[in-house]
Design a protein around this ligand. Sequence first.
Ligand code: TXA
Ligand code: MG
Length: 338
Amino acid sequence: MEYIDLKDDLDYSKLDKCADIIKKGGLVIFPTETVYGIGANGLDNEAVLKIFEAKGRASDNPLILHIANLKMLDEIVLDICEIQKKLIEKFWPGPLTIIFKKKDIVPFRVTGGLDTVAVRMPSNKIALEFIKKAGVPIAAPSANISGRPSGTKLGDIKEEFFDKVEAMIDGGEANIGLESTVVMVDDNKIKILRPGGITKEDLLELGYPVLVDKNVLGKSDGPLLSPGMKYKHYAPKTNCILVFSEDEEVMINKIKLESKKYNSSLVLAKKRNVNNYDNVLDMGDTLEEISHNIFSKLREADKKNVDIIFIEGVKSEGLGLAIMNRLLRACSYNYIYL
Ligand code: TXA
Ligand code: MG
């Protein structure tokens, strides 16, 4: 396993080795502005299979292809509608994944058998340089064993993947900390399948209707537009309960009361509330801070070996929608809403 350190020293020539690994069909963990990805040549059927094996991922859960320029997009997708063009212009490079009709060149293994493909142009400079040097779209899910919290710093995931990938590129902590927003355009409307760093409010600026898939804050048993949403996700091994009230005092009191039912507990709390609890981890105050910290804090909480983890919720607006989408799943929908 090759460890490439680009945390402080942006010497992109160090990426040549990693690009070679991709060309030869190997796996490389790389940083993006959202979370770390575990990448392979997205047009190479055998290479893509290795991603599913390394993560223990279900084969019907499709991957995102990461591109570095629009020429790469033309090679993999069929037609691009007006709204998709506007999304690209406004939000790429950045944390927005768009669903397109796929060309034959994209293996069905990437799309989980669908005739659509998810594509994103990341804004992280290391990611862009790496994809450019590899010269192919890079298929990459979040770098975590399936079901576990996504990796937002290499230290959190090194052990999980040490013997499963050929190289890891260290780019420091992922800036946003939550995966990209996934959207589909249908009937002249933008539909959010997975909320992320580009918010509903950001998307509305384009002037088209924006819908949020009912599965984002709910639990659906029917067929899903985004197959990945049906699997257990983002979860620590310890049981978690999400608690939220718009009245913070009500929320804090409820957590204190509920925690008495357990021998040991821990609270993931906002910075301003940490003094209210005995055993507590600080997840930051603003939505940006919470988004940046949350996956790493879930992993840290898991190591404390308590009976239960309580998590303070946030309002489901702006970036809060993405945070609550992840936390609901991390808690397997154990949610107290007051
Ligand atoms: O920020 C991100 O998106 C990160 C970084 C590495 O770029 N990647 C990531 O990939 O989160 P992953 O595989 O963990 O999540 C991909 C999501 C899944 O929810 C999957 O169901 C959805 O995208 N998806 C992929 N292809 C799709 C398609 N053709 N139609 C609908 N949903 C799709
Ligand atoms: Mg994931």
